[in-house]
Ligand binder design. Structure first.
Ligand SMILES: O=P(O)(O)OC[C@H]1O[C@H](O)[C@H](O)[C@@H](O)[C@@H]1O
Length: 584
């Protein structure tokens, strides 16, 4: 198939389309009876276990998906990514986040230059700087140690680092390294977020890390200015040099902002914002909080998956299998959403991060920015749906909110992510339940649900079963579960920095696989631009009206009315910048 042709015109795509009716004839509970099938749908790698036997698929489905992968030139596309070809063609950039976690001796080239040495120069700088701050040899302007860090950034410059920080926060090794330190994030331009980020912190002991790939993002720049004022107002403007550092690809703007370029940590345009957690974007704040050894372990976990993704045969390749199954669910079975359900509270920020990477909802984000596209990489409108709506919440909390929908409402393929050894296993021993006499630990209770939910979704409960249970006739339809709802399980041995790195890389590569198959560009994000430029027109109007009393004009009836109401209601609030500064 020529690269510019749409994948839906290929024979394997048409074959899979025809295969759907065949698959729909067999209920998952019947597919699950075939233990050979189930055995073939389990993959182990580096301590991880993937079980995808509860997908509405047979072995021949998987073979057909491999045929689709071949038609889409998946192997070649993966190689092109690792080879540094400009696969982000709309921005004319390579996509090399794998270089961010490559070992020192690896050679990965961008435009003919080995970039791994550049990566390690920055990592070494992060290691050295964070050690100085943590040990108290780099102090604030009043001579006090900087024990608190606020990372200011949004989107990809926020969600990934927040996910990793939240996941590490309860890991015993990370806890020991973070003693006496705090890491906070400031993302939203909402003054509430500003207030939350600084409440209880003393500027004298706070380091602000401004994280922005472009150093132009409106929210981040405003928040950075606000925190600069917060520091200057308390300690004088010369304090900025000691209390503010930056992470960016745009070192010129960093300097213009007033941050010494020596205190800036670079990354590169071949790192997409939502794929940037392994660059200084995540590594600097995380290293300040946990120390470089923890951060290095995280990078090693991600690197292990990078090598696996590059070299494992497709039938043993976790990201490839996950990506192909997503394509199967979205484009063939017609399930547009996916629930990401970690049975670990430590992973509560995982789904929000993956939403962006992919393109998700309340807990939506990473995949949705990557694969939420309407045209192929060549600009041709797609005659099929691509991307999915990712959302999620840790179990068991989610079970008490939206699981009703996934059990008896819409069919939403689910990723169940579980952990064998809890980060907190030492704290909670096995306790005797005085009602049932069973001995159970919190983690076993959690994992009982992790193991039970996929079967509930797959098998369901038939009216016949309900009748044998003597359920009254009028409740039979209410209590019937159709089952046949696909899910998969990913079991991690534990949740330390290494496994967190593995998990991140698995999902990053899964998104790439989906995009490679659909033939879209998973690495640009033009869809966010329109809203930004419209916000800038509104900002200009608000400024004119608030400072010069100019009338609202140039908007449609709806927006004009809303803006007038807003301005009228705010007319009693003074527009004096000095009154709006947060108090230290
Ligand atoms: O890191 P920055 O340049 O400040 O960009 C922050 C974010 O801006 C936009 O919303 C993009 O869609 C995101 O992908 C990006 O991560």
């Amino acid at each position: 198939m020529a690269c510019s042709a749409l994948i839906c015109d290929s024979e394997p795509w048409k074959d899979l389309k025809g295969h759907v009716e065949d698959i729909k004839k067999t209920h998952l509970r019947d597919l699950m009876r075939d233990s050979e099938r189930c055995k073939s749908m389990m993959v182990e790698f580096d301590g991880l276990l993937l079980d995808y036997s509860r997908q509405c698929a047979r072995q021949d489905t998987i073979q057909k998906l491999f045929g689709l992968a071949e038609a889409a030139h998946l192997k070649e596309k993966i190689k092109k990514m690792y080879d540094g070809e400009h696969i982000n063609s709309t921005e004319d950039r390579s996509v090399l986040h794998v270089a961010l976690r490559a070992s020192r001796d690896t050679v990965i080239c961008n435009d003919g230059k080995n970039i791994v040495s550049d990566v390690w120069k920055v990592l070494d700088k992060i290691s050295e700087f964070s050690e100085r701050v943590r040990s108290g040899s780099w102090v604030g302007v009043t001579g006090k140690a900087l024990k608190d860090v606020i990372a200011v950034g949004i989107g990809g410059s926020f969600l990934g680092p927040l996910f990793v920080h939240t996941a590490l926060q309860t890991d015993p090794e990370a806890i020991a390294c973070a003693e006496g330190r705090q890491l906070r994030f400031l993302a939203n331009v909402d003054p509430i977020d500003v207030a939350r980020s600084i409440t209880g912190l003393n500027p004298e002991t706070t380091l602000v890390v401004v994280v922005s790939k472009t150093f132009t993002t409106a929210e981040t720049m405003l928040n950075a200015r606000t925190l600069r004022e917060w520091i200057s107002a308390a300690l004088g403007s010369e304090a900025v040099a000691k209390h503010m550092v930056a992470v960016s690809t745009n070192l010129t703007l960093v300097e213009k902002f007033g941050i010494d370029p020596n205190n800036a940590f670079a990354f590169w345009d071949w790192v997409g914002g939502r794929y940037s957690v392994c660059s200084a974007v995540g590594m600097l704040p995380l290293s300040l909080q946990y120390g470089f050894s923890v951060v290095e372990k995280f990078l090693k976990g991600a690197s292990s998956i990078d090598q696996h993704f590059y070299s494992a045969p497709f039938d043993k390749n976790i990201p490839v299998l996950l990506g192909l199954l997503s394509v199967w669910n979205v484009s063939f079975l017609g399930y547009p959403a996916r629930a990401i359900l970690p049975y670990s509270q430590a992973l509560e920020k995982f789904a929000p991060h993956i939403q962006q990477a992919c393109m998700l909802t309340t807990t939506l984000s990473f995949n949705m920015e990557s694969n939420g596209k309407g045209v192929s990489i060549d600009g041709v409108p797609l005659p099929f749906e691509a991307g999915e709506i990712d959302f999620g919440e840790p179990g068991t909390n989610g079970q008490h909110s939206f699981y009703q929908l996934i059990h008896q409402g819409r069919v939403i393929p689910c990723d169940f992510i579980g952990v064998v050894k809890s980060q907190q296993s030492a704290l909670f021993m096995f306790l005797l339940d005085c009602f049932t006499g069973e001995v159970v630990s919190n983690h076993d209770e959690l994992m009982s649900n992790f193991f039970a939910q996929p079967d509930a979704l797959a098998y369901g409960k038939s009216p016949e079963q309900l009748l044998t249970e003597k359920v009254p006739q009028h409740l039979i339809s209410h209590k019937t579960f159709s089952g046949n709802r696909p899910s998969l399980n990913l079991l991690l041995p534990c949740l330390n920095a290494y496994n967190i790195g593995q998990l991140l890389a698995i999902y990053e590569h899964r998104i790439a696989v989906e995009g490679f198959i659909w033939g879209i560009n998973s690495f640009d994000q033009w869809g966010v631009e329109l809203g930004k430029s419209l916000a800038s027109q509104v900002r200009k109007q608000l400024n004119k009206s608030r400072t010069k009393g100019e009338p609202v004009e140039g908007f449609n009836y709806s927006t004009t009315t809303m803006l007038k109401k807003y301005l009228e209601a705010k007319s009693s609030i003074p527009c004096d910048p000095t009154t709006l500064l947060p108090k230290a």
